[in-house]
Design a protein around this ligand. Structure first.
Ligand code: NAI
Length: 459
């Protein structure tokens, strides 16, 4: 390996890194991508994809268990084969991993497995494989689960989101710290499979940051599904033993403390940028107070020739944000005028029903000084939703009062992850609520809920 010279070394083969490497190769660069062994990154190996496999499987199980009698489907004796469910999930991960490897092969990207470290200007050392000389280096090292100092992960009782994806038995009682995307998704999986799940959230709403109406209705829906919430509550510590865990909680509203007994605790309180061991300090790469690598609009770090994208940089920690940045970064290296529209990045949480949003919430729009008008339409008024037995939820459109310009779209409902796509395109093209309302949507389809919400804005 010693003495390899290339145009670009990408460190990290997650959605930010592998997509950037493939695009750079398309643009004619000689590219080497280095990763410690997780082709596809956290998203594919221990995040988005395996969690969606379990969410899908557990949803089917819950649906059958609760009965499809209304549809005239009378299920017999149902049995859960968790080992097979896990095998199926791993099969999907394995297949997609091969997909990334063959993408690299077809594009001519050289893949190197090992720990990479910035050695000197334009040089990256890869443990056990020597040094690579490169005109440019792109950091796409992602993030890892944040630990709470008083609740360190032990892989047995106190779990990270990665470990909660691979349990070999359904816990009787599970506590989840954090009602963000990971807490609600993984809490839903294990609740559906039979665990009693209690979610502890520091703030006074579930899914902080989501539109207020969406948060409130999601909380009610998840409660109906059996999740229990301790809001405005901080997890302060835990005693883990052979029999289980005693979790200590403190209210943020008064001095009340309490405990929860459970078998497993999932700590899902955010993720932190992955920068250790990369030699950033020695190289002089600046980071902000929270440890994120800071970049300019070309994704250049403070050091000439070193760039960064994705979770290791500030902004939402989303695979599709990292992908978009990876493409924009290498296209800018190639002097193309690419950019990412940060105002039109969808955000999805895969509970049932799903939550999907793009643009500003009503609260954010008002805070930003917009005079706001909104429109709302319920899934309950949609025929297709009834045929799917999915009448819960609503779509909400936020527009600017004078101009009718779309500012945000928020959906709580079945297949919201798919439905949000048209709202993203509409925002990207600077559409008005009326544009969305006058666009003909197929009948009967769930997409009519979005159209009706746009029409309800009034024009
Ligand atoms: P998060 O930041 O979304 O939520 C963590 C929650 O934990 C917050 O609501 C916070 O108030 C709470 N919290 C923090 N300390 C606490 C304490 N001591 N006691 C009680 N509550 C406490 O983080 P999460 O869910 O771990 O996700 C990490 C990142 O991964 C996020 O940026 C998320 O957007 C992303 N992600 C996205 C997914 C998706 O797009 N579907 C799925 C999973 C993760």
């Amino acid at each position: 390996m010693a003495g390899v010279t290339c145009d670009l070394v990408v460190i990290g083969a997650g959605p930010g890194g592998y997509v950037a490497a493939a695009r750079a190769a398309d643009l004619g660069m000689k590219v080497v991508c280095v990763d410690r062994g997780w082709l596809g990154g956290t998203c594919l190996q221990a995040g988005c994809i395996p969690s969606k496999a379990l969410l899908e499987a557990s949803h089917r199980w819950a649906e059958l268990k609760e009965g499809l009698d209304d549809h005239g489907i009378l299920a017999g004796d149902l049995r859960l084969d968790l080992a097979q469910m896990m095998k199926h999930k791993q099969g999907i991960v394995g297949g997609m991993t091969k997909g990334v490897a063959s993408l690299f092969k077809s594009k001519g990207v050289e893949y190197l497995e090992g720990e990479a470290r910035l050695a000197a200007a334009g040089r990256v050392s890869v443990e056990g494989a020597g040094e690579i000389e490169a005109a440019r280096v792109l950091l796409a090292t992602g993030s890892s689960p944040a630990e709470l100092p008083d609740l360190p992960f032990d892989g047995e009782r106190i779990l990270s989101s990665e470990e909660a994806l691979s349990l070999d038995a359904v816990p009787e009682r599970m506590a989840v710290i954090g009602a963000g995307a990971i807490g609600l998704e993984m809490g839903s999986v294990w609740r559906r499979l039979g665990a009693a799940v209690e979610v502890v959230e520091y703030l006074d709403v579930v899914l902080p940051g989501a539109d207020g109406e969406v948060s409130r209705q999601l909380e009610r829906t998840l409660k109906r599904q059996g999740l229990k919430f301790h809001l405005s509550t901080r997890a302060t510590g835990a005693e883990a033993g052979a029999q289980g865990v005693l979790l200590h909680l403190a209210s943020r509203k008064n001095d009340r403390t309490s405990t929860v007994e459970c078998d497993r605790v999932l700590v899902a309180v955010g993720r932190r940028p992955h920068t250790e061991g990369l030699g950033l300090e020695e190289a002089g790469v600046d980071r902000d107070r929270s440890g994120f690598v800071t970049v300019d609009e070309d994704y250049r770090t403070s050091v000439d020739g070193i760039y960064a994208v994705g979770d290791v940089t500030p902004g939402p920690m989303l695979a599709h944000k990292a992908e978009a940045e990876g493409v924009a970064a290498v296209e800018r290296m190639a002097a193309m005028g690419s950019s990412v529209n940060y105002g039109a990045i969808p955000n999805v949480v895969y509970t049932h029903p799903e939550v999907a949003a793009v643009g500003l919430t009503e609260e954010q729009a008002s805070e930003a000084g917009h005079e706001v008008k909104t429109g709302r339409h319920s899934f309950r008024a949609n025929a297709r939703a009834h045929t799917m037995n999915a009448p819960d939820g609503f779509a909400k459109v936020v527009a600017e009062a004078g101009s009718d310009r779309l500012l945000g779209v928020h959906i709580l409902g079945a297949q919201a992850s798919h439905l949000i796509a048209e709202a993203v395109v509409a925002l990207e093209f600077g559409a008005s609520a009326e544009d969305l309302a006058r666009t003909v949507h197929a009948h009967p389809s769930l997409s009519e809920v979005v159209r009706e919400a746009a029409a309800a804005v009034g024009h």
